[in-house]
Design a protein around this ligand. Structure first.
Ligand code: N01
Length: 538
């Protein structure tokens, strides 16, 4: 039931119980004494890490920095086992956080928010769920993640397929058996390149359908280095997080301030070989400063990776198909893998280039491309997400004058700082489009938003303010700035989900903020220090 006057049922409704929702709930409840209701579609906490249970799923941020920093005790007590944490371990961590801070009592699971309407008459949000909840709250805060709406491409005949099929982002909780089966994987993004080697080890035969060849770096995954954790990380966690907060990508690493073009070819090769040997996201995050902005610099790194692919893959025809040439390195989400390219040397693995021979239809027993009919027992869609905006637009969110978010964002998302969108008062987005979010180590960006939103809500309460709303001019200026900083980068030179290019009909707009985590933090702080410049506090 909704409350009948302007006393809300809750101070805040939070959507989602992943990193963002859990962190926001704890912060508002424990540090600001607010009443908070969280709604979560899943049956448990975890968000992304609840749903993405596909084989090989793990994070490509190192575990020691892929966590909350708000509690020193939590940082000191928790012991990661993997250098790059696997999905079950991250899920255990988030369950531990939920238990340790007694968060479950404010979370309603198995509940999807279907609509949210700003009631101008009472200055409250009215939130409706698929479980027949209708509640009001002063603030509505989304912690719905950036890659939570799975994209199963509409391929003719999928309904007729008689085998099993799965999307990596909605993987079953029960064990999926690959042995003795002919399996197809469609897609070679992060989810594909992580799952392909694992599936290939079990399946009788694996056929990978690749649209765009990828650059990927070996993760060099290992168990966590205990000595490093105990001697270097744990005693210095404050400094490590502080460095990450002011860095470009939310990692405690320093970029090489040299241009790739200013050093000699031998020095460049030495740097690339060292990065390749160390592996992981550092290959990119510590590399030369102009890889992301200068095509010639980028080409040196891209060619280095192509050479590695030629060295690893035995069959010349497969090598040719795997060669990424149509986009710069890092213009699509950088990938790190374990044995991805070497998997194509297995006898039971085959690569199909669907750019040259597109999928025509799914048949009851397999997949038909322009050139060939394939038989499968299982199809795995590693085809990604309607990223950054998909989950927002699937909810019916309405602001002033019944304006729907679908209409407001019909030409692409418009936000101020990725935190608010004009005409939707008291709606806050954690890692919304227009913030660094997906271009960064997510927990660092999520905590920055949580801190900033909590600071603003505190200010609102202290000053008896009823509503906070991004000014339309501030929003327009931010949207231009987001585009302006993206324009000269390599990101504009690929058909990526950052640009919405993976979803037919989606406006081609670069959605995340490429200016860097530290720069963004500075801007957010400045705006707060200037009395929340660009926001209408009514
Ligand atoms: O999805 P993707 P993902 N027909 O969009 C192809 C995060 N993540 O789930 O490149 C045929 O990257 C598509 O081809 P193309 C991370 O941020 C992180 O793998 O568009 N193919 C591509 O190959 C990541 O970026 C982690 O030409 C189709 C693939 O499917 C994001 O999630 C792990 C197609 C989709 O790749 C998404 O990753 C996993 C079609 N109709 C995910 N449509 C880690 O931290 C799409 N494709 C490690």
């Amino acid at each position: 039931m909704a409350s009948s006057d302007n006393h809300p049922d809750f101070d805040a409704v939070v959507v989602g119980a992943g990193f963002a929702g859990l962190g926001m709930l704890r912060r508002l409840r424990e540090e600001h004494g607010m009443s908070v209701q969280v709604y979560e579609t899943g049956a448990g906490v975890g968000g992304t890490w609840y749903w993405n249970r596909y084989p090989g799923a793990r994070c490509d941020s190192e575990s020691y920095i892929y966590c909350f920093s708000f509690s020193q005790e939590l940082l000191q007590d928790w012991n990661w086992s993997g250098k790059y944490p696997e999905q079950p371990e991250i899920l255990s961590y988030l369950n531990h956080v939920a238990d340790r801070f007694d968060l479950r009592r404010n979370i309603q699971f198995n509940t999807r928010v279907t609509s949210a309407r700003f009631r101008e008459d009472i200055n409250l949000w009215e939130v409706q769920t698929d479980q027949n909840n209708r509640v009001t709250s002063q603030f509505l805060i989304t912690g719905i993640g950036c890659i939570s709406s799975g994209n199963v491409p509409s391929i003719k005949g999928l309904d007729s397929f008689e085998g099993e099929w799965y999307h990596t982002g909605r993987w079953p909780h029960e064990k999926v058996e690959f042995s003795g089966k002919r399996v197809a994987v469609i897609g070679t993004g992060s989810s594909g390149i992580q799952s392909i080697p694992v599936i290939a080890r079990q399946a009788e035969h694996l056929t990978v359908f690749q649209r765009t060849p990828q650059y990927t770096i070996p993760a060099r995954h290992d168990t966590v280095d205990r000595k490093f954790l105990e001697d270097v990380v744990k005693p210095n966690y404050d400094e490590i997080f502080e460095q990450a907060r002011w860095s470009t990508g939310g990692f405690p690493v320093n970029r090489d301030e040299r241009s790739a073009l200013q050093v000699t070819a031998a020095e460049r090769l030495e740097a690339y070989e060292a990065g390749w040997a160390e592996g992981g996201i550092r290959f990119l995050s510590t590399s030369f400063k102009d890889i992301g902005t200068d095509r010639r610099a980028n080409d040196t790194m891209a060619e280095f990776i192509r050479k590695k692919i030629r060295e690893i893959v035995a069959d010349p025809e497969t090598t040719e198909k795997l060669m990424p040439t149509d986009h710069p390195f890092g213009s699509k989400r950088p990938l790190i893998d374990t044995d991805y390219f070497a998997t194509y040397n297995q006898e039971n693995v085959e690569l199909v280039d669907i750019r040259h021979s597109p999928i025509q239809e799914i048949t009851p027993d397999g997949i038909r491309t322009e050139d060939q009919q394939f038989q499968f027992d299982m199809i795995v869609f590693a085809t990604g997400f309607d990223a950054m905006t998909g989950t927002y637009l699937r909810m019916d969110i309405r602001g002033r004058n019944d304006l729907s978010l679908q209409d407001k964002w019909s030409e692409g998302p418009k936000t101020y700082l990725g935190l608010q969108t004009a005409e939707f008062p008291n709606l806050f987005m954690i890692t919304g489009p227009g913030s660094p979010s997906v271009l960064s180590n997510m927990p660092v960006s999520i905590e920055q938003h949580i801190d900033w939103i909590a600071g603003l809500l505190q200010y609102v309460r202290e000053h008896d303010i009823k509503s906070v709303e991004a000014h339309v001019d501030a929003e327009a200026a931010w949207v231009s700035h987001v585009n302006e900083v993206a324009e000269p980068t390599m990101y504009m030179l690929a058909d990526s989900w950052y640009l919405g290019a993976n979803i037919p009909g989606k406006p081609r707009v670069f959605m995340p903020y490429v200016g860097g985590v530290g720069t963004y933090r500075e801007k957010c702080n400045e705006i707060a220090d200037n009395g929340y410049e660009g926001f209408i506090l009514a």
